[in-house]
Design a protein around this ligand. Sequence first.
Ligand code: HEC
Length: 145
Amino acid sequence: MRELFTKGMARNIYYGGSLFFILVFLGLTFDTTARIPERAHVEALTESVARGKEVWEEYNCIGCHTLLGEGAYFAPELGNVFDRFGGSREAIKAFIRSRPEQGIPGRRSMPKFDMSEADLDALVDFLEWTSKIRRARDWPPNIHG
Ligand code: HEC
């Protein structure tokens, strides 16, 4: 019986397939890297936004909240909280400042953070920047988070 599938053919499929998918991989990597500046809205990445990200980490906001779907599902999504508060920096600041010391019984409540005005401003800059980056797959899906 004639051998239909030779060693040579298997080798060609192996090398050809590997080369093809390595090229696809490199192409997609290049494409993604080239799009990062546009997607991340880098021109708006100021010192204050970077500081806000540090404040975000220092207070462990992600321990309760999600940011663009990543984090804990205890408290509302904050990737679009800037839009949810009608783009009002003051409203967000007032909310964070006004948290009660003690939780309201029967209700999940956010703790009060004693942070400086400078930190609060930086934090809001970070939340504003987050609301403007082109979100992965347009997440969060709606204004409510
Ligand atoms: C211990 C959990 C917890 C941590 C930590 C926490 N939050 Fe919250 N946060 C909540 C809960 C619960 C709510 C919703 C209920 C409420 O009104 O308090 C909330 C609500 C909010 C809201 C209003 C969201 C909306 O759509 O109404 C903002 C803004 C917010 N948090 C910002 C922050 C920031 C910024 C940090 C970090 C400095 C932070 N939170 C850390 C629990 C937390």
